[in-house]
Design a protein around this ligand. Structure first.
Ligand code: UD1
Length: 389
């Protein structure tokens, strides 16, 4: 059996790593294609090294560009590879432009597509990831669900239950695999925030960084937060670029550590020891939930509501007063015990391999698409953000 995985952006790599290990255990020929959507060492190669991923078999060198340019370039450069290798299955991960582009190429060549992290929805159609997620799910034959609520979204889009496999969260596979190494790094000491409570801040979503006034409000908020607690802020390249083009400046308080993007192990080490995390990253919402670290997500909605209902996450709008008030309440409220979320157990990739190699099924009791007369059952309540709308 030949499986071809397509990845391109930072959050794809953490999802690929455990799947690659499981397929290797079973002797599956696993071809890795890197689209090159992310290309800085700290956004790409560092992750391959730390996650013990083999170097990609193909590198498409797509780089940055508009959504159409990036998606089209991946499609054009990937198509001849899929034609030549004729894989039994193409695996795609998450909801990046690389994910959708690869799914479209494979589906149109009538190659089976497997979507790792299927069925997540924010309900916010202005987000590119929402478009990518819905369309990728639609053309996939194997849908690997990280949480039970995903089945409801897929059913509502008319996807039959027999395509869905509730395998759990591959991000947590990587986290559990890496945690001992990450803790041994003691990143808090390395970045000068050991010995006292500290917060970790990350920011990259277009809704938070592209608009000057929103970005300015958030930077001022982080500066203010740094008066109460030490803040570590690894800055995503997109955010750094927006700060520059908007003529803003990075927060520069004594208790603020502004850093380049961190490696996976350094970031995990910092998250594990944090008193508070303020973020807009989907992966960080999951990681903090698993670790029991209070998390404030700067957004009006999340595609991972289970992190609010079962984990440590709270949504908050990008408003200074709302964030600072929520931070004050959350600081130090670390859960004594880690929340338990169904099938976030470090074995999601093993289940994926069992589906791919042994045709096993991991069924979820998917509700039928709701008829207009009935109120749809919700597996997870919709969280509401803090702050005035
Ligand atoms: C992408 C994904 C997003 C994911 C995020 C994680 C899409 C539409 N978005 O967003 O879902 O949460 O990755 O990081 O696929 N840049 C660099 N070096 C790099 C990569 C990017 O400097 O290695 C800069 C470039 O200026 C680029 C900008 O960051 O234009 C944005 O990169 P892009 O890949 O378009 O989207 P992300 O914001 O990273």
């Amino acid at each position: 059996m030949r499986v071809l995985s397509v990845v391109g952006a930072r959050p794809n790599f953490m999802k690929l790593a455990p799947v690659d290990r499981e397929l290797a255990k079973r002797g599956v020929e696993h071809v890795i294609v890197h689209t090159g959507q992310h290309y800085d060492h700290g956004m790409s190669t560092a992750f391959f090294e730390q996650l013990w991923l083999p170097a990609p078999d193909f590198h498409l060198g797509v780089g940055s560009g508009s959504h159409a340019q990036q998606t089209a370039a991946v499609m054009q450069r990937l198509e001849p590879i899929v034609v030549e290798l004729s894989p039994d299955l193409v695996l795609v991960y998450g909801s990046t432009n690389s994910t959708l582009a690869a799914a479209l190429v494979a589906a149109k060549l009538r190659v089976r597509v497997g979507h790792v992290e299927a069925g997540l929805r924010s309900g916010d159609w202005t987000r590119t990831e929402e478009i990518n997620h819905v369309l990728t799910d639609r053309v996939s034959e194997l849908l690997f669900l990280p949480s039970r609520d995903a089945a409801e979204h897929l059913a509502a889009d008319g996807i039959p239950a027999d395509r869905m496999h509730f395998v759990g969260n591959v991000m947590i596979d990587t986290l559990t695999w890496a945690l001992p190494q990450a803790l041994a790094l003691d990143a808090a000491a390395r970045y000068g925030v050991n010995g006292a409570p500290y917060a970790v801040v990350t920011l990259h979503r277009p809704g938070n960084v592209d608009d000057r006034s929103v970005l300015r409000e958030l930077l001022v908020t982080f500066e203010r937060l740094a008066r109460t607690v030490a803040v570590v802020f690894p800055v995503h390249p997109r955010t750094r670029q927006c700060i520059r083009t908007h003529g803003l400046r990075l927060p520069d308080d004594g208790r603020m550590r502004v850093l380049e993007p961190l490696g996976y192990l350094e970031m995990l080490s910092l998250l594990a020891g944090a008193a508070l995390v303020v973020t807009d990253s989907g992966g960080v919402q999951e990681e903090t939930s698993f670790l029991g670290v209070p998390c404030l997500t700067v957004a009006s909605s999340t595609e991972r509501p289970i992190t609010c209902t079962h984990g440590t996450n709270r949504l908050v709008l990008p408003q200074r007063d709302a964030i600072l008030a929520a931070a004050e309440r959350a600081l130090g409220r670390r859960s004594p015990a880690r929340p338990v979320i169904e099938r976030w157990d470090g074995r999601a990739a093993e289940r994926i391999a069992r589906v791919v190699c042994d045709d096993e099924r991991f069924e979820v009791d998917a509700p039928q698409a709701a008829t207009p007369a009935r109120t749809p059952r919700r597996a997870v309540a919709i969280p509401q953000p803090l702050g005035a709308g």
